[in-house]
Write a protein that binds this ligand. Structure first.
Ligand code: ADP
Ligand code: MG
Length: 238
């Protein structure tokens, strides 16, 4: 049994099926990549895991608990999107602490949590600034800080680096990798970038047109692609 189990998950919008029976299973602490071309259903699947939309059929389990009918706040997850969605009139400190305040965490504990996150992400010097006074990379770091502060069982990332320039994207990729090593949290990370998938993933699900074409380690996908789509998409030699 894993930290995340996706069992024969289907999703239709009106009559159109956009997820056609997805099966994925990962263990606690694993970094799962959902990769595939635009429109293949990555965000739809992530939103179902987050509870932002209703499943048509199938089951999603987080830490062996069926969560199909739980609201997002009861799922022990934190989500980071490509747009940072920071509160513009709050400081960085307030942005990070806000979710904890909502969950009625006492002030001293909130403070400790903000300090821990600031140290991990090296944003201690930014705590009293507002989002408008930050660079794109710093904003994304704060958005991650807000997610980390909640100490969730599962992190969900939807193309978090796609708004950043190429150089910063490489930097942040390294940072996310270090963060995963350090925190050991289970991560589901959506991208359409093959390099990001290969460098970050413990396991990769290559998706196309609402189906998983292959699920495996980066090595398995590269050395032994299941079909031409995977070979072409991952850039393997065959
Ligand atoms: P990806 O994230 O891989 O680019 P999405 O999951 O956003 O793809 O979309 C998958 C398919 O589902 C697309 O064809 C998209 O148009 C469709 N879709 C996504 N959300 C909705 C919605 N709320 N209503 C109708 N169709 C949707
Ligand atoms: Mg998407």
């Amino acid at each position: 049994m894993g930290a995340l189990s996706i069992r024969n998950v289907r999703k239709a919008f009106n009559q159109t099926e956009v997820l056609k029976g997805i099966d994925i299973e990962i263990a606690k602490g694993e970094f799962l990549i959902l990769v595939g071309p635009s429109g293949c259903g990555k965000s739809t699947l992530l939103n179902l895991i987050a509870g932002l939309d209703n499943i048509t059929s199938g089951d999603i389990l987080i830490d062996d608990r069926v969560v199909n009918h739980l609201s997002p706040k009861d799922r022990d997850i934190a989500m980071v999107f490509q747009s940072y969605a920071l509160y513009p009139n709050m400081t960085v400190r307030q942005n990070i602490a806000f979710g904890l305040e909502m969950r009625k965490i006492p002030p001293a504990e909130r403070q400790a949590s903000v300090d821990r996150v600031a140290q991990i992400l090296q944003i201690g010097h930014l705590l009293d600034r507002r989002p408008s006074q930050l660079s794109g990379g710093q904003r994304q770091r704060v958005a991650m800080g807000r997610a980390i502060a909640r100490n969730p069982a599962l992190f969900l990332f939807d193309e978090p680096l796609s708004n950043l320039d190429a150089k910063l994207r490489v930097e942040m990729r390294t940072e996310i990798k270090m963060l995963h090593h350090r925190l050991g949290t289970t991560i589901v990370y959506v991208t359409h970038d093959q390099v990001e998938a290969m460098t970050l993933g413990d396991k990769i699900a290559v998706m196309n047109a609402g189906s998983v074409q292959q699920f495996g380690t980066p090595h398995q996908l590269y050395d032994d692609p299941a079909n031409l789509f995977v070979a072409g998409f991952m850039g393997s030699p065959s």
